[in-house]
Design a protein around this ligand. Structure first.
Ligand SMILES: C[S@@+](CC[C@H](N)C(=O)[O-])C[C@H]1O[C@@H](n2cnc3c(N)ncnc32)[C@H](O)[C@@H]1O
Length: 232
């Protein structure tokens, strides 16, 4: 299959700052919410890690960190962050579809990464990542939340996710998707609902948390925790 490569090399210096402004910190909050799933000593892979503000939190928690990204500049930024705190991490420059560790991971995180790809490729990447989670391990995904509430999801957050209307999502998401596509940073596509795709791969949804823009704004981001069934 012919595949466009979307590296964020040119925006490595400003990507996280722009994401923070655009989301009023909610992108960072969605990623940070996953850290409680991790225990010291866990083997954790961050796919499409970028500058790795989330991977840094994981390393602080004492996980054995691996991270893969196409962009050397992104990984240099993460290396500087880790070095600054005397933390270790295996950082791999390359295509995630070509990365496979000898042993599966306890956790694999794909944050604001799957949404880079056109749907067909996204499904391949998702399957590839799921296959690298050990039985009983977890796949973590933080990303834009699809409008409304996916009927296949299980919500264990304190309150039921609001039915944020499709037009709010379209107004918020479409222009940025269009701009990123024009800069060749990602494919043009609607917001993905990863829950049905993960279910088809045999992953069960353990937690779905939504994040509002502002105190009472629409729930535009989410953090998903999927589990791969343990062996009988
Ligand atoms: C939208 S950024 C998100 C970065 C980071 N996860 C975050 O939340 O800030 C997507 C990242 O995926 C990387 N990337 C794109 N395609 C990739 C691929 N096929 N394999 C590995 N990394 C890739 C880009 O270089 C970029 O750093």
């Amino acid at each position: 299959m012919k595949r466009t490569r979307y590296s964020h090399e040119r925006v490595a210096g400003c990507y996280e700052a722009l994401a923070r402004i655009y989301s009023r910190g909610r992108i960072g909050a969605a990623k940070a919410s996953q850290i409680e799933e991790m225990r010291a000593g866990d083997r954790v892979l961050y796919a499409g890690v970028g500058g790795g503000e989330d991977a840094l939190l994981a390393a602080r928690r004492g996980v054995r960190l691996s991270a893969v990204d196409l962009s050397p500049a992104m990984l240099r930024a993460l290396r500087r962050r880790l070095d600054g705190e005397g933390l270790a991490g295996e950082l791999i420059v390359g295509d995630v579809l070509e990365h496979r560790a000898e042993e599966p991971y306890d956790l694999v995180a794909a944050n604001f990464f799957l949404n880079v790809f056109a749907e067909e490729v996204m499904l391949r990447v998702l399957a590839h990542l799921a296959s690298q989670v050990r039985p009983g391990g977890k796949l973590l995904v933080a990303d834009f939340a699809p409008p409304g509430q996916g009927s296949t999801s299980v919500c264990t957050s304190a309150r039921t996710p609001a039915r944020t209307s499709a037009w709010v999502h379209a107004l918020y998401y479409r222009p940025v998707n269009l701009a990123a596509w024009a800069l060749r940073l990602c494919a043009l596509h609607p917001i993905y609902d990863y829950v049905p795709a993960a279910a088809r791969l045999g992953l069960s949804l353990r937690r779905r948390r939504r994040f509002r823009l502002g105190r009472s704004g629409p729930e535009l981001y989410e953090s998903l925790v999927f589990e791969r069934p343990a062996l009988p």
